[in-house]
Ligand binder design. Structure first.
Ligand SMILES: [Zn+2]
Length: 269
């Protein structure tokens, strides 16, 4: 059998067998009985080899926040370890296709991001767009759906936490928040989280800052949280606080405490 055939077969195997590893996502603690589920849409800055640098001339730009959420994979992995909770990580850069955007949204395969032009995404033909949806976006989102089905068998109220990080400076504005809690219609997690965080005088806490969960609607939380009526929230942590292992550990510990407190409150409601 040719190597290419073996490779193709293993890709099909992964997609058909709900295997925890694929080219589009990684899962840890997949069979955890904990109802908490952590999701890191922008964990990776990986661009598959066939795409090179997507035409971006200076490859160092691909280390910047435009390609991924700096630090969030580290924080989320540490939280998953501490909580023994299931976590999913994307394995592709949002510059290839953003797992948290509807595929028909113009920013799904962004032609420009924070002032950086992405040449390979300009005048993208329909076949290429569909290929990225089929190979990366859909398997990742389907894996989230499968995990949630499992969680719903364990608990009536899984807790879905979408983990992101934000760049400290955007459009010359220095963002003051350390952490932002983003939510749309479901305050079951967001409101107690905000209440607890606001008691900590050393933190500047954003309520739907630096982004709003309402505009534009993120694909992941809208499809898996709002539409399925599962308690969910988006957490955004400022990147300069978590771009070292030391910082990631500190924030993972704090977030773990926060999630446990909120879980307890939810159980007593
Ligand atoms: Zn993000």
């Amino acid at each position: 059998m040719l190597l290419a055939e073996i490779a193709n077969r293993s890709i099909n195997f992964f997609e058909n067998q709900a295997c925890p590893m694929s080219q589009s996502f990684a899962l840890i603690n997949e069979n955890s009985e904990n109802p908490i589920f952590l999701i890191a849409d922008h964990a990776s800055r990986h661009i598959p080899e066939e795409y090179g640098t997507l035409g971006i001339e200076d490859p160092s730009l691909l280390r910047r926040h435009i390609a991924w959420d700096i630090g969030i994979e580290d924080v989320t992995r540490r939280m998953a370890d501490k909580l023994q909770a299931t976590a999913i990580f994307s394995k592709f850069s949002r510059l290839l296709i953003d797992p948290n955007r509807y595929p028909d949204d113009p920013s799904s395969c962004p032609p420009i991001s924070d002032g950086v032009t992405v040449p390979a995404n300009k005048q993208l033909d329909e076949a290429e767009r569909q290929k990225r949806v089929d190979t990366y976006f859909r398997p990742y989102q389907e894996a989230i759906g499968r995990v949630l089905e499992q969680k719903l068998k364990i608990s009536q109220t899984p807790i879905v936490i979408s983990m992101h990080s934000f760049t400290p400076i955007m459009d010359d504005f220095e963002r003051p928040w350390h952490i932002g809690i983003l939510w749309d219609q479901d305050g079951r997690l967001a409101l107690p989280m905000l209440e607890i965080l606001n008691k900590n005088a050393s933190l500047v806490v954003g309520d739907n800052e630096p982004y709003s969960a309402r505009e534009p609607l993120g694909f992941t939380m809208n499809e898996h949280g709002t539409k399925k009526d599962i308690p969910h929230v988006v957490v955004e942590i400022r990147q300069d606080l978590i771009d070292t292992h030391h910082g990631a550990e500190k924030w993972a510990s704090m977030m773990t405490d926060l999630v446990l407190q909120v879980q307890k409150k939810l159980a007593t409601v």
